[in-house]
Structure formats: structure tokens, C-alpha cells
Design a protein around this ligand. Structure first.
Ligand code: ADP
Ligand code: MG
Length: 744
């Protein structure tokens, strides 16, 4: 008997071989298979007639193959096919279409989906690279005919090449749903009854059936937008369990014993003493919120969000002083050595002014073993107050004498659903403050970081002027270097950023970050359209930081003091270069994305980014945020070489158009999808199966509200048996999907 938990291997038509292929796509159980939802639907009940198409629209067409030919043009082979309906006909073209040779026979019926374009002759239409499916005819199986024509047909992303493509998935899903039909108890209600009723949600079984095989009359627009009641039911369930887990975690956490710090007049005087400037209203407010948390007995878990340059560091430093003045240690964790080093240098500078001398320790991976050991000993013995270092190092290897507060800078590089495994001698939970410049839309942040409280710096320090952003091609490089020299003559400093450290064999992006490659790979999810267009823009050899450093310092910028900074330098070298740049002893810093986050040298006024088309929007925004930090007018010059893809063009145009982090974040979400925006893997964000955080933001909020309510009212609204089921499901979901051993 089939249940949702049955391994796919035992589904009719799936043996060990196919099960193995499916496993590679993360499809292990019947449920996994059923949650592999169609990525679009075709209306093959009322397909469009060829003579009523309009140029520019996306359309589904069913037509007969009239003829097909592979044209070997000078640039590439093009597969051309003519399809017809009665007297009307249409041309379809596939670039590099050799693989299509022999695939079609005249007289066959095909379903095509693509963008309608006017043909060159002006009469009739064509489709470039449409998606297609050869439809079953009288010789084919009756079930195929039922599932593929005369209905709203689901179209799936293949689960393994052409073998496990749409047709196979349709049949298999259909068979599974049929088999499950007779045995209702195999689909237990996965949602609390009270929630289902209140929100008027479909049953799980009905939702699964309709999401794959929508009843005739379902609005196509709703289907394509994943907004049918069936979609909403499944999406809501996924988000509900995410939010429920976060809610439970937060509550558990609130019950733990933390440290109740005091903010006496003496402490406040210490905070005031180190302030190098008047804090902005937003900074004061954020510090107030943090201090209030720190005074409470429950441990703090707070997210401080503020766009690049909004001044998060000083707020963190003040929070750390509260802990230190109360006799505890504070730790600041940064995602890169360079940033840790910079924090160390600037903390030293700021704290030097204080009467009471604070003891600061830097701890990064590339310190030599002796120094690391000595640092760890000081921390362990309580001989240091403020520990600054890279994240992994502090979290994994250090035992603290009396840790009171942990600050995590640039959280978007770390896990969202992160556990802190800090070793400490005494029992109390340290407070945690997490900082991010990722301009996550507020509602999204609240729901996502469901186990954190949120403070926002929504104001920049005074005196900032907008950064002038220009887009230029490589051909104008001479003018760019000329401009750089002029700025240096005015005593300003310049960054020049490259996507790789060494070239040309070394196509590795900067290692400190291991960023997901922004340039979409053709085979990637959901990128059928994108992939094809990107394939027309082959990658050019990349200029690298090391090569260009050699070149610029001997040629174009020979008269200037040029420095080089990237992730493969060892810690001492990095520190020396950073320090010299900060002191103004280097005019032009050639770098990789190691400087992307956090680096703060207010005298730098120009950010030149070569191969700007290779960077993602969030990255470009961060990089640009390295300038415009002082009073002087600042510039960001985005250089591109050769042809760039439409998506890259859109990104660069957006950079020129706006400096608003939130606007850029929204656009980035649209272009890349939330998973990639947050860098799903490194961010520790779950890979959603049916939900999409951008599209389903409203449902996410609803899920947050409902899950909080359920936790609060479970004893009134749910039976003990139901509560146990929900708890079991929660545990299972968090373990399986989010890889957390202790759910909550
Ligand atoms: P981010 O939020 O990106 O980490 P930083 O904390 O590095 O920003 O601050 C950016 C720059 O602005 C630093 O040079 C910092 O000294 C300066 N700064 C921060 N707050 C203020 C303020 N209230 N007035 C003037 N300058 C400030
Ligand atoms: Mg910062």
C-alpha cells in the first residue's frame, strides 16, 4: 500500500535505476515526487489559433509539423521547423539545434510554447527557441492522450534528461494519485484543523491533485502565478512549518537564563567617552533597543539591519562596552580576515581614547600557531576583554572565561538558521547581536529571521553625497585611469576590483567567499529561457587582480602607489596592506571581492569595478558602498568588456539608476530568485520545495501569524493527538529539510 512516506522505488514503473536517478534530484519518497510541482501549465483545452497570435506575447500553440531542416550557417547550426493549422503557418527556430535533427515527422502534432514574434517577411509569426512537446497520436497509449491533450497540461522541469521529462512525470504522478485515492488515511491532515478551517484551506489530497491536474476552468493566470487554492494550500503548509519551528526556537530561547547587564551612569559615561561623532537618531534608537535587551534576564537575539555605510560598527562597539563594563568578555566575529583585521584596527583606534584601557585580541586563521595559542590562552584566562576574529575560529576553537556578548558582523554570509556553538565556562547564555547590510525587505526579514528581534538603521550619517555611478566599456579604460590619477592628485584613494585573483587558468572567484556563480549556468533550475540567451554570450577571458596589479603599477598608474589585496595573502600581508591603505600610504588598491563587505576607508572616493557584468547586484551594491563614506564626492565606475547578457545589462542599469539598497534588493530578488539572493546554501536558508519567498511573501506573513497563534493557543484549539502529530511533523521537517538535529 502506498503512503506519502513510501520510497519512490516501490511506485509502479520506478525500479532501482530510476529511483537512483530521482534520488540525485532529491526525490526519495512519494511525497517528494508529488511536491515536484509543474513550473508552468499549458492550456491545451483551448489552445491559441495561429492566425490570432500577437507579436510579443507568450503563447501555447498546438499545430501540425509541415517540415523541418537543419541549416548550417557560418555562425552556428540552426534548426528550423514550419508548423501549420489549416492555411496558417508559423516558423520555429532553435540555435545550435543539431540535437533536434530527426526528432519531428511531417503530420505530427506538436505543442509549442514561446514568445511570438513577427516574421521577417511581415506576414505570419515565428517563435525563437520555443519549448515543445510532440503530442501523442492514435498509436500512443490512451492515458498519454488523456493527460496531454484536451486539458490544462502541467509542464515539469525534467527529473533526469529527456527520460524523466514532463510526459513521464505526468504519468507517474497521475498513477500515484490514483493509487492514493482509495486509501484516505494515507494522507493525514498535516495542518492543525483549526488553521485549516480558519483559513478555509483545501484538503491536502485535493490540493495535490489539483496542483498537478487543474480542473477545467481554472484561471491560467492564477496557475502560472502559483496562486490557485491548491498552490496556496501547499505553499502555506511549507511556510507554516518553517515559521512554527522558528517560533518554537524563539520561545525555548526566551526561557534560557541570560545575563542581566547593568547600564549604570558609569557604564553610560564609558559609552559616551568613546563616541567619535554624534550618533544618528537611528543609531541611538538601535542602541537603546539593544541596551534594553541586554538589561533583561533573558538572552538577547537581535538582528541589526542597516544599509552599507549606515554605521553599524559603532553601535556594536557600544554594545560590547556594556558587556565589558559589566565585567564580561565580548566577541566580534567577521566573515573574512580582512574585515576582522579592520575591525581590530579601528576598535583599537576608537578605544584608545578611553580612560579605562580595554584589552583587545585579534584571532584569525592565518596567524601562526604560537600566536593563536597565546590568544586562546588569554581568552581562556580572562586576560582580554574584547575578542575580534573570524567566525569559524571563534565559534569552534575558543573557550571563553566569561563571555557576555557575541556580535556577528555581516550575517548574510552565515547561517540564518544558525546555531551558536560557543564554548563558555559559566552557564549563562551570552547575548547575541547579528548585523547585516543585506537590505532584506522588512516583512521578509521579520518572517525569515523569525527567531531574532529586529533593529533597523534607516538613516545614513550626515554629510554623505550621492555616489556618481557610470557604466563604461573597456575601450575607455584610458579615460578611467586618467580619472583615477586626477582623484589621487586631489589626495583621494581608489579601489579597483576584479572578479578573480589570478588569471587566466584560475577562473576561481575570490576564495574567501565562495560565492555562487552569478552567471547562470544553462542547466540551472528555471533558467530554460535565461540559459539559452546566456549561452549566446560566451565568457571572455577574465582580467585578474594579480595580472592587472602588475600591469597598472608598471604602466597606466606607474606614478602612483599601488597595492594588492586578495584572499590568498596571509594574515600579516593582509594586515599590512589594509593598514597602509587606511593610513593613506597606498593610493590605489587593486583587490578582489575580499573588500566587498565592511571595509571602511572614508578617504577613498573611487570604486572601479572591472568585469562588472560578472558580479551580482547585492555584490555591486556592497562594493559601491566602500566609497561615499566621507564628505567628498564619490564615484563608482562599472567597466564591462565585450557582449553582456540581458540580465547583466539590467543589473548594471539598475546600479546606475539607483543607490537605494532596498530597491536593488527587490530587483535582485526578481532577477535571481530569493534562493540565490540569499545564497541559499551559505546562508543556511532552507531550499524551499514549493514556496518562493519573493512571490509568497504574503503567505509567509500569514504563516508567521498563524504559527505564533498555534503555539499560544494549541491547548485550546487542538487535541492532544493533533498536537503530537504537528510536533512530530515539525521535527521531521526541520530534520529533513533544514538539516537541524535538534528542531528547536
Ligand atoms: P556599516 O554599517 O556599513 O558597517 P560603518 O559602521 O563601517 O558602516 O560606518 C561607515 C562610516 O561612517 C564609518 O567611517 C563610520 O566611522 C562613519 N560613521 C558612522 N556613524 C557616524 C555618525 N553618526 N556620524 C558620522 N560618521 C559616522
Ligand atoms: Mg560594517
Amino acid at each position: 500500500m502506498l503512503t506519502l512516506e513510501t520510497p519512490v522505488q516501490f511506485v509502479k514503473g520506478i525500479g532501482p535505476t530510476i529511483a537512483k536517478m530521482l534520488a540525485e534530484k532529491g526525490v526519495a519518497t512519494v511525497e517528494d515526487l508529488l511536491l515536484h510541482l509543474p513550473f508552468r501549465y499549458e492550456d491545451r483545452l483551448n489552445p491559441r489559433a495561429l492566425n490570432e497570435l500577437k507579436p510579443g506575447e507568450m503563447a501555447s500553440v498546438i499545430a501540425e509539423v509541415r517540415g523541418a531542416v537543419l541549416l548550417r550557417t557560418k555562425r552556428m547550426p540552426i534548426f528550423e521547423m514550419t508548423v501549420g493549422q489549416g492555411l496558417s503557418s508559423m516558423k520555429c527556430m532553435w540555435f545550435h539545434g543539431t540535437y533536434l535533427e530527426g526528432k519531428f515527422r511531417p503530420g505530427q502534432m506538436v505543442a509549442l510554447f514561446g514568445k511570438v514574434e513577427a516574421s521577417k517577411s511581415g506576414r505570419g509569426f515565428k517563435m525563437i527557441q520555443p519549448q515543445f512537446e510532440v503530442l501523442p497520436d492514435g498509436h500512443d497509449d490512451a492515458l498519454d492522450r488523456i493527460l496531454e491533450v484536451g486539458r490544462i497540461t502541467p509542464v515539469y522541469e525534467s527529473l533526469s534528461g529527456s527520460k524523466l521529462a514532463s510526459r513521464w512525470i505526468r504519468r507517474t504522478v497521475w498513477n500515484v494519485l490514483e493509487e492514493l485515492k482509495g486509501i484516505p488515511e494515507t494522507l493525514p491532515r498535516e495542518m492543525p484543523e483549526s488553521v485549516l478551517t480558519r483559513l478555509d484551506l483545501l484538503s491536502r489530497e485535493q490540493a495535490l491533485r489539483e496542483v498537478h491536474f487543474p480542473p477545467a476552468g481554472t484561471a491560467m493566470a492564477q496557475l502560472q502565478a502559483a496562486a490557485t487554492p491548491a498552490h496556496r494550500r501547499l505553499i502555506f503548509e511549507e511556510l507554516f512549518y518553517l515559521e512554527l519551528g522558528l517560533e518554537v526556537k524563539r520561545r525555548r530561547f526566551q526561557e534560557k537564563t541570560g545575563i542581566a547587564f547593568e547600564t549604570s551612569e558609569k557604564v553610560r559615561a564609558a559609552l559616551r567617552e568613546i563616541l567619535p561623532f554624534h550618533p544618528t537618531t537611528a543609531q541611538k534608537r538601535a542602541l537603546g533597543e539593544i541596551a534594553a535587551d541586554m538589561r533583561r534576564g533573558a538572552p538577547m537575539r537581535r538582528l541589526l539591519q542597516g544599509d552599507v555605510g549606515s554605521g553599524k560598527t559603532i553601535v556594536a562597539l557600544q554594545a560590547m562596552l556594556i558587556a565589558i563594563e559589566n565585567g564580561h568578555q565580548a566577541a566580534l566575529m567577521a566573515p573574512t580576515e580582512i574585515l576582522a583585521t579592520q575591525h581590530y584596527l579601528s576598535a583599537k583606534r576608537v578605544l584608545e581614547k578611553a580612560q579605562h584601557k580595554y584589552r583587545i585580541t585579534l584571532l584569525t586563521g592565518s596567524l601562526d600557531e604560537d600566536r593563536k595559542r597565546a590568544a586562546r590562552r588569554r581568552i581562556h584566562q580572562g586576560e582580554t576583554d574584547l575578542i575580534i576574529g573570524t567566525h569559524a575560529l571563534i565559534e569552534e576553537k575558543v573557550e571563553f572565561a566569561k563571555l557576555g556578548l557575541v556580535v556577528v558582523d555581516e550575517q548574510h554570509r552565515f547561517g540564518v538558521l544558525q546555531r551558536f556553538r560557543l564554548m563558555k565556562k559559566d552557564g549563562a547564555e551570552p547575548d547575541v547581536l547579528v548585523m547585516t547590510a543585506t537590505p532584506i525587505p522588512r516583512t521578509l526579514a521579520l518572517s525569515l529571521y523569525g527567531d531574532l528581534d529586529l533593529s533597523v538603521l534607516d538613516e545614513l550619517p550626515p554629510g554623505r553625497t550621492p555616489i556618481v555611478t557610470r557604466l563604461v566599456t573597456d575601450e575607455r579604460a584610458d579615460e578611467v585611469w586618467e580619472f583615477v590619477r586626477k582623484q589621487v592628485a586631489k589626495k583621494h584613494q581608489v579601489y579597483v576590483v576584479y572578479p578573480v585573483i589570478e588569471g587566466p587558468k584560475d577562473d576561481q572567484p575570490e576564495l574567501d567567499f565562495a560565492l555562487p556563480d552569478e552567471v547562470p549556468e544553462p542547466a540551472k533550475k528555471k533558467s530554460a529561457k535565461k540559459g539559452q540567451s546566456e549561452a549566446l554570450f560566451p565568457k571572455l577571458p577574465l582580467k585578474s587582480a594579480t595580472d592587472m596589479y602588475e600591469r597598472l603599477r608598471t604602466q597606466e598608474l606607474a606614478d602612483l602607489r599601488v597595492g594588492l589585496l586578495h584572499g590568498r595573502l596571509d594574515a600579516d600581508e593582509k594586515e599590512v596592506v589594509m593598514r597602509r591603505f587606511q593610513r593613506g600610504e597606498i593610493d590605489v588598491l587593486i583587490a578582489t571581492t575580499v573588500i566587498e563587505v565592511g571595509v571602511d576607508v572614508p578617504n577613498a572616493t573611487v570604486m572601479v569595478i572591472e568585469h562588472a557584468e560578472r558580479f551580482g547586484l547585492a555584490q555591486l551594491h556592497q562594493l559601491r558602498g566602500r566609497v561615499g563614506r566621507g564628505g567628498a564626492k564619490s564615484y563608482c565606475i562599472l567597466m564591462t568588456g565585450g557582449k553582456i547578457s540581458p540580465h547583466a545589462e539590467e543589473r548594471l542599469a539598475a546600479m546606475v539608476r539607483t543607490q537605494d539598497g532596498f530597491e536593488l534588493a527587490e530587483l535582485d530578488l526578481e532577477l535571481r530568485g530569493p534562493g540565490e539572493f540569499f545564497g541559499t546554501r551559505q546562508a543556511g536558508l532552507p531550499d524551499f520545495r514549493v514556496a518562493n519567498l519573493l512571490r509568497d511573501r504574503k503567505l509567509l506573513e500569514l504563516a508567521k501569524v498563524e504559527s505564533a497563534r498555534f503555539v499560544q493557543k494549541a491547548s485550546e484549539e487542538a487535541t492532544a493527538e493533533e498536537r503530537a502529530r504537528v510536533a512530530a511533523r515539525l521535527k521531521d521537517t526541520w530534520q529533513r529539510r533544514y538539516g537541524l538535529a535538534e528542531a528547536g
